[in-house]
Design a protein around this ligand. Structure first.
Ligand SMILES: NC(=O)c1ccc[n+]([C@@H]2O[C@H](COP(=O)([O-])OP(=O)(O)OC[C@H]3O[C@@H](n4cnc5c(N)ncnc54)[C@H](O)[C@@H]3O)[C@@H](O)[C@H]2O)c1
Length: 458
């Protein structure tokens, strides 16, 4: 067993080059699996650990679960064939012989928007029993600044005095910043942040990550600063999206097209464009804002009121989409009750197969309360069950008998949607575009009753 925290950087280099560095990634979901595959693809022997036995057995049988991550299907085949990567549910078999242990465990929130760190804490307890002297734990999950220093380290150390961070094991963070749907691309170009409890551990992590990812590795003074950077970038986006969402609602009422405004505004060098939409979902942005608020609350609950306000705006957007739909029904003279509504796109963002915290869900709930018959067409979710609805298999069939279409997700399949085609297929030609992808003049000429978020009435 290598005691890597006692090695100098040239010994670490030799270990990497000889392929003898052993890597374990705990949590091989959306982020952990691509991470593990990148480590294996760089020549390092890597094992993925997960509590999901179906996932583990599929992976070991060569079934790649992330079909919407370009590039990783080939890497997956190669590393499996070369026996550089395998998966297991047995954490006890792997951790004691691993030099680095990456944690890519889920950090969601509960119904009251309180962050849940139970997966990391429970693995932390297991690490207390399993960790071998000299190994390094690296937290890739998104956690609140201070969580590693104030909670995780003492969970791993336990109370028996066997383990001591910085003395006989190392701990650091390298927060994950990749975007689902383009993880390989992001891993090859986005700089990574490295923070650790001690300088030696930070340098070793940097050396190993540099071998795997060949991107810039930015040294952080400690774990909490690295985690603060990660949260700051996502909370920044959440707040800015809330700003353009409110602008969209204002401009709609006074006949200004928000998309025209944003396209022109982004010509100014210091304006960073964000786009309005039906809501902000996914496992990151909403959760990260609440993680930041949870942190602020410990200091002063009045802090970060702008983040709270942003959440209120973004969480109100599904209702605004329903308001636009109601306007469309008023114009058509038809009653919304018992109408058939087709949702285009249920993913929380374009071109990914992921519905975590998607705004489509509250929109669908509200439509059901209005006694509408809701249909879903999403190229990533064909003929499957989503939110209790059997999804449609093709768009043409889905459109028949439809009274209104709501574009919720701007999947690329919807970008060229032809308003004239919608008009000929639908029973009542109401179109609500919450993503600014349909040209409102073309929609009008085609004879659609059109409402677009931030587009005004024409
Ligand atoms: N998905 C993203 O867009 C994204 C981007 C950047 C960062 N992150 C962060 O990365 C982390 C992981 O997110 P994800 O999207 O990959 O989550 P995920 O749910 O896709 O994957 C997590 C995996 O961990 C497994 N798991 C849960 N508890 C476990 C346990 N006790 N032991 C072993 N395995 C366990 C689950 O079965 C699952 O396969 C989170 O902190 C998230 O905030 C996610």
């Amino acid at each position: 067993m290598n005691k890597i925290i006692e090695m100098d950087l040239s010994e670490i280099s030799n270990l990497i080059q000889s392929g003898k560095l052993k890597v374990c990634v705990i949590g091989i979901g959306r982020i952990g699996l691509p991470t593990a595959l990148s480590f294996a693809n760089s020549g390092l022997h890597t094992v993925g650990v997960d509590i999901n036995p179906t996932l583990v057995s599929n992976i070991n049988s060569g079934i790649f679960p992330l079909k919407d991550e370009p590039g990783y299907d080939t890497i997956f085949e190669n590393v499996l064939k070369e026996k550089k990567f395998s998966a297991t549910t047995k954490i006890d078999d792997i951790v004691p012989s691993s030099d680095i242990i990456l944690l890519s465990l889920p950090t969601p929130m509960d119904q009251n928007n309180i962050p849940i760190y139970s997966a990391i804490k429970s693995v932390g307890k297991q690490l207390h029993d399993l960790l071998t002297f000299g190994s390094i734990v690296i937290v890739e999950s998104t956690v609140e600044p201070g969580f590693v220093e104030d909670e995780l380290i003492s969970i791993i150390q336990g109370s028996d005095g066997r383990l001591e961070a910085g003395k006989n094991f190392g701990i650091g963070v390298c927060p994950e910043t990749a975007n689902p749907g383009q993880i390989l691309n992001d891993f090859e170009r986005l700089p990574r942040l490295v923070g650790a409890t001690d300088d030696k551990t930070a340098k070793i992590i940097t050396k190993i990550y540099k071998h795997v990812f060949t991107v810039d590795l930015i040294p952080m003074p400690n774990c909490k600063t690295a985690n603060a950077v990660k949260l700051t970038t996502n909370v920044f986006r959440d707040i800015n999206i809330a700003f353009v969402n409110e602008l969209a609602i204002l401009f709609e009422k006074i006949g200004i097209d928000v998309m025209t405004v944003l396209e022109a505004a982004k010509t100014k060098y210091n304006f960073q464009v964000h786009y309005p939409g039906a809501g902000v979902g996914g496992p990151c942005l909403p959760v990260n804002s609440y993680q930041m608020l949870n942190l602020a609350k410990k200091i002063d609950s009045n802090l970060l009121s702008i983040v709270k306000a942003g959440r209120i705006v973004n969480e109100s957007m599904p209702q605004h989409v329903i308001n636009l739909l109601n306007e469309g029904f008023s114009e058509s003279g038809k009653n919304i009750v018992n109408s058939e509504i087709l949702i285009l796109g249920v993913s929380y963002k374009p071109d990914v197969k992921d519905i975590q915290l998607t705004p489509a869900e509250p929109i669908i709930e509200k439509l059901k309360m209005l006694k509408c018959k809701v249909k879903i067409y999403d190229p990533y979710f064909k003929s499957t069950d989503i939110f209790g609805i059997k999804t449609e298999n093709n768009l043409v069939d889905a459109l028949s008998n439809t009274d209104a279409v709501i574009i919720v997700t701007a999947h690329k399949e919807f970008h060229d949607i032809d308003p004239a085609f919608l008009k000929t297929r639908m029973k009542t030609p109401i179109l609500v575009d919450s993503r600014g992808i349909v040209n409102q003049h073309t929609a009008k000429i085609a004879g659609l009753i059109f409402r677009g978020l931030g587009r005004g009435k024409i």
